[in-house]
Design a protein around this ligand. Structure first.
Ligand code: PLP
Length: 463
């Protein structure tokens, strides 16, 4: 039975609005949580309740929810030019400025920037560019893409095929043929009994190589990875993982694609997640933090060999047959440029490191007092706290996801927005968070955990 009042905004939402990543029947019963206003790291719902948004929305509003400079940058950009595109040699002026700025920040030498509007478009664009790269070199059979279990790369058909999460495939008959998945480098759950990290890494590299050899190295175009898996559970790979993996890939002529959609722009305590984990990509996709999600804009940075392949492929005067109407939109470009200026002025990387250390220390101290925290992991300002029935054996709660959902509800009660990923609780607050904000987050987290833990203890006793 629905508890939603008739003729309310909630009822209209249920009637007229299909939500992303939401169960339709549950939504029809519960209705939406309607957000109406933001202030720094907080948001307010339609009842006026204030929440600390410890997920920065969807890992995205690095500058919080009310940055006046971004509002001004948007207004000024709209005053100048409400729209222009980048087809047929044309471009808004500000888009050139943004491309130059991104190239200056790029760890890929002599890069160029290509613009799109979502993370999914950016990751798919990298796939098409990888296909061009090999085709231009006469290797037209190289079409397959290797992604990883528990990776997330977006919702369009190719991006979803690259995801390593069953929920992205189940309803749609995905992945498409030719989209493969290798093991996830999860240091908490991945190692076999008695296996140390160097041996675990060696096994992951060997499994990747075995897959490549079985498929045929000359059929594989690229490998894609998030430096740190976000939606898959905030998985920080063990030391030496990416160097070991990349050695295998390079040996077989396979391109390395970094999905920096979450990890880019300071999130992991370096400008790029690739730098945090020792990844050296040929291309990288970025979105979210590029504009603090104040505008749908994304980008791909591509290295010189890819650019040359594209020129070679079209050497007889054909055009590069790819592009989105809103690629390089002047308002998005102006907002992104201003976002990057603010990152520079706030010296975002040291700030993230300092706040990240404060958050990590606080979470560890909470974990030390808890009997259901199995793991606290993360880098920069991106963490997961995994709740387990028995930290000693790492045995999880049954069924998976129930305690995570319970924590989510209790956190909401306490004015804290987190994201449960199974029973791992993700935290990814706006990068502007200060010491007071971190302490407030920790307090609300602790309160929620104590309640959920007490209930779990009661259940165990009763059971
Ligand atoms: C790592 C990663 N890649 C790609 C995407 C897809 O981005 P979008 O939803 O903008 O298409 C996401 C979205 O959360 C993401 O986390």
């Amino acid at each position: 039975m629905s508890i939603i009042p008739p003729n309310s905004a909630d009822r209209r939402d249920v009637l007229f609005h299909l939500h992303s990543q939401t169960n339709p029947r549950l939504h029809a019963r519960r209705g939406p949580l309607v957000m109406t206003r933001g202030e720094g790291i907080h948001v307010f719902d339609s009842q006026g309740k204030r929440y600390l948004e410890a997920m920065a929305g969807l890992w995205c509003t690095s500058l919080g929810f009310s940055e006046a400079r971004l509002k001004r940058a948007a207004a000024e950009a709209y005053d100048r030019l409400g729209f222009y595109h980048t087809f047929s040699h044309k471009t808004p002026a500000v888009t050139i400025d943004l491309a130059e700025k991104l190239v200056a920040l790029s760890p890929i030498p002599e890069a160029q920037a290509y613009f799109a509007t979502s993370g999914s478009e950016a990751t798919e664009t990298m796939v098409k560019m990888a296909w061009i790269y090999h085709a231009a070199r006469g290797e037209t059979r190289r079409r397959k893409i290797i992604a990883r279990d528990r990776g997330f790369h977006g919702s369009t058909i190719v991006a979803a095929s690259m995801c390593g999460l069953p929920r992205m495939h189940r309803e749609f008959g995905l992945p498409l043929p030719g989209f493969l998945h290798t093991l996830c480098p999860d240091p908490y759950r991945g190692p076999l009994p008695g296996e140390d990290m160097p041996r675990f890494v060696a096994r992951l590299a060997a499994a990747l190589e075995a897959m490549i050899l079985e498929e045929g190295p000359d059929t594989i175009a690229a490998f894609i990875a998030e430096p740190i898996n976000a939606a898959g559970g905030v998985i920080v790979p063990p030391e030496g993982y990416f160097p070991a993996i990349e050695a295998v890939l390079r040996r077989h002529g396979i391109l390395v694609l970094a999905d920096e959609v979450v990890c880019g722009f300071g999130r992991t305590g370096n400008m790029w997640g690739s730098q945090t984990v020792g990844m050296t990509p040929d291309m990288m996709a970025m979105a979210k933090g590029i504009s603090s999600s104040y505008f749908p804009i994304s980008a791909v940075l591509l290295g010189r060999p890819i650019q040359e392949a594209m020129a070679e492929m079209n050497k007889d005067g054909e055009i590069f047959g790819h592009g989105f109407t809103n690629s390089g939109h002047p308002v998005g470009a102006a907002i992104a440029l201003e976002t990057l200026r603010i990152y520079e002025e706030m010296d975002v990387v040291p700030h993230v490191r300092a706040m990240g250390e404060r958050l990590r220390a606080g979470l560890r101290s909470i974990a030390g007092r808890s009997r259901i925290v199995g793991d606290v992991r993360g880098a920069g300002l991106m963490f997961a706290v995994e709740l387990v029935a028995d930290p000693a054996t790492r045995a999880g709660f049954e069924p998976v996801g129930r305690i995570g959902a319970r924590f989510d509800a209790e956190a909401l009660n306490n004015g804290l927005i987190i994201r449960p990923m199974g029973d791992a609780i993700a935290l990814c607050p706006p990068l502007i968070i200060d010491a007071g904000g971190v302490d407030e987050l920790l307090e609300r987290f602790d309160l929620s955990l104590r309640k959920v833990e007490a209930e779990a203890a009661l259940e165990t006793t009763a059971g």
